[in-house]
Write a new protein. Structure first.
Length: 144
């Protein structure tokens, strides 16, 4: 996603001042943003836990519904912001690795899960900052 944004900024620069750009990197940017959203969805799918408890089922249903909105590109910034906040709250509650001493194996497992979830939250915040891209329902609605 950062590469897509840097290409968009680089395409705005020209050696001829004042001449409009043809937008040669805009197609690359939209493909990269789409692939970034899809890969972010794949990263989120690794966070799903298939346990039979009410709280876990609620977490999975809310998370999956928000991820579907992100993948399709509908209300993407809002869905990413809500999912990022949701994952952050759950992450600090479920993966509290600082509560265990470092010689216990659970410390390492929880620490790994904590930072994996934190990386998904970081990707979601990038989508909030950059936007969903050209191949999304949000962009398609602007053309209607």
């Amino acid at each position: 996603m950062l590469l897509a944004e840097s290409k968009a900024e680089a395409s705005g620069r020209s050696i001829f001042a004042g001449l409009p750009s043809l937008g040669e990197y805009s197609k690359h940017k939209t493909y990269m943003q789409l692939s970034g959203r899809v890969l972010l969805v794949c990263m989120f799918l690794t966070l799903l836990r298939f346990e039979i408890s009410f709280l876990q089922i609620v977490q999975n249903v809310i998370g999956l519904s928000l991820v579907v909105l992100i993948a399709v590109g509908y209300k993407t910034k809002l869905a990413c912001l809500v999912l990022g906040a949701w994952l952050s709250l759950i992450n600090f509650y479920v993966n509290s690795w600082w509560m265990y001493s470092s010689d216990k194996p659970i410390h390492d497992f929880l620490k790994y899960d904590f930072f994996q979830t934190l990386s998904v939250v970081g990707g979601l915040l990038l989508v909030v900052a950059i936007g969903p891209g050209g191949y999304s329902m949000d962009e398609h609605k602007k053309k209607w």
